[in-house]
Design a protein around this ligand. Structure first.
Ligand code: BJW
Length: 265
C-alpha cells in the first residue's frame, strides 16, 4: 500500500480533485473486504463464506451451460451467494466511492460508477449513479416469461426454484453469464461515461472479462487520466497512468482524503 506522500497517490488525488467527470469500474475485489469471495483469487479472506463451495470453480458455475445441465446445484450456489450478499455490509472502499459521487456533485461534476458486481453493496453504501453491467443477484426471473421477482431474505426451499409465473418453468438469478448479452442500457451508459470522463479508475477487477475490461481502453483513447487500484498486478497495470497497489478498502479512503480533505462527520 503506497504511503500518503507517495507520488502516484498524490498525482491520482490531484487529478481527482480537478476532475469534473469521473468513471469508475469496479470488480469483485472491492467487495472482498466485505467478506464476499472473488471469482479468480485463490486466497479467501479470513471469515469469508467460501468454505462450503471451495471445491467448485465459480467460473464453471456462472454459465448457462452449467444451469442447463445441473440447475439444482447452480441455483443452490446462487441462493447461498444471494444470502451472503444480503448479509454483507459495505466496506470503506464502497463508502469512499459513495463519497466521491457526493464530492463531484457538490462541484457540478458527475461520477458514473460502473460495477461488474451483483451484490448491491455500492447502493447499500449510498452510491446513486450505479450502472450494473452483470445484473444483480437479489432479483430472479422466470426462465419462460422473463418476469422478475425478489425472493424473500430467507433460504429458498426448492432447487431449482419453481417459477410462480408459468407451470413447469424455473427461476434463475438476474445475472449475466458468459456468452449472454449485457443489458443494452447498461453497456451504452458505461461506454458513454468512459468516452467522456476526465479520470477513469479500474478498481478491484482482474480486467479480463469483456466488455467491462474494454472500458479502460475507451477512456484512454478519449484522453482520460487512468488509475488502477488492485492488490495485485493485472493486464490493466501496464496500461494505466497510475497503478496503486493494495486493498481498495485502504487506498480509496486515502485517495479521497488527499483529494478532498477529511470526510465531514
Ligand atoms: C482486490 C482486493 C482488494 C482482491 N482490494 N483489489 C472480447 C475478447 C475476448 C472474449 C470476449 C470478448 N467479448 C466478449 C467475450 C466473451 C466473454 C469474456 O469476456 N471472456 C473472457 C473471460 C475471455 N464475455 C462475455 O461472455 C460477456 N457477454 C458478452 O460479451 O456478450 C456478447 C458476446 C458473447 C460471446 C462472444 C462475444 C460477444 C458476459 C460476461 C459475463 C461475466 N459474468 C460473470 C458472472 C456474473 C454473475 C455472478 O456473479 O455469478 O461476472 S463471470 C465473473 O467475472 C463475474 C465478474 O463480474 C467478472 C469479472 O470478475 P472480477 O470482478 O474482475 O473478479 P476477479 O475475481 O476476476 O478479480 C478480482 C480482482 O480483485 C483481482 O484482480 C484481485 O487481485 C483483486 N482484489 N481483493 C483490491 N481487497
Amino acid at each position: 500500500m503506497p504511503g500518503n506522500d507517495h507520488p502516484s497517490l498524490l498525482m491520482a488525488a490531484r487529478k481527482l480533485a480537478s476532475a469534473r467527470r469521473v468513471a469508475v469500474v469496479t470488480g469483485a475485489g472491492v467487495s472482498a473486504e466485505s467478506g464476499i469471495p472473488t471469482f479468480r483469487d485463490k486466497s479467501a479472506m479470513p471469515g469469508s463464506m467460501q468454505a462450503l463451495w471451495k471445491d467448485f470453480d465459480p467460473l464453471t458455475l456462472a454459465t448457462p451451460e452449467a444451469f442447463a445441465s445441473d440447475p439444482q446445484r447452480v441455483s443452490r450456489w446462487y441462493d447461498w451467494r444471494r444470502l451472503g450478499c444480503l448479509a454483507a455490509q459495505p466496506n470503506p472502499g464502497h463508502l469512499a466511492l459513495a463519497r466521491l459521487e457526493r464530492e463531484l456533485a457538490a462541484r457540478a461534476g458527475r461520477l458514473t460508477l460502473i460495477t461488474q458486481n451483483v451484490d448491491r453493496l455500492h447502493q447499500k453504501a449510498g452510491s446513486a449513479n450505479v450502472v450494473e453491467l452483470h445484473g444483480n443477484i437479489l432479483a430472479w426471473r422466470c426462465t419462460s416469461t422473463g418476469r422478475e421477482v425478489t425472493p424473500p431474505p430467507e433460504p429458498m426451499t426448492q432447487f431449482p426454484p419453481v417459477s410462480p409465473f408459468r407451470q413447469g418453468a424455473q427461476l434463475r438469478p438476474c445475472v449475466v453469464w458468459f456468452g449472454e448479452m449485457l443489458p443494452p442500457d447498461a453497456i451504452s451508459a458505461a461506454d458513454e461515461a468512459a468516452a467522456s470522463c476526465d479520470v477513469f479508475m479500474s478498481v478491484g477487477t482482474s480486467a479480463v472479462v469483456y466488455p467491462a475490461a474494454g472500458l479502460l481502453h475507451v477512456a484512454r483513447a478519449a484522453g482520460a487520466f487512468t488509475v488502477e487500484v488492485n492488490k495485485d498486478a493485472t493486464p490493466a497495470t501496464g496500461v494505466v497512468d497510475v497503478a496503486l497497489q493494495g486493498p481498495s478498502g485502504e487506498i480509496l479512503p486515502s485517495l479521497l482524503r488527499l483529494a478532498f480533505g477529511h470526510a465531514p462527520p
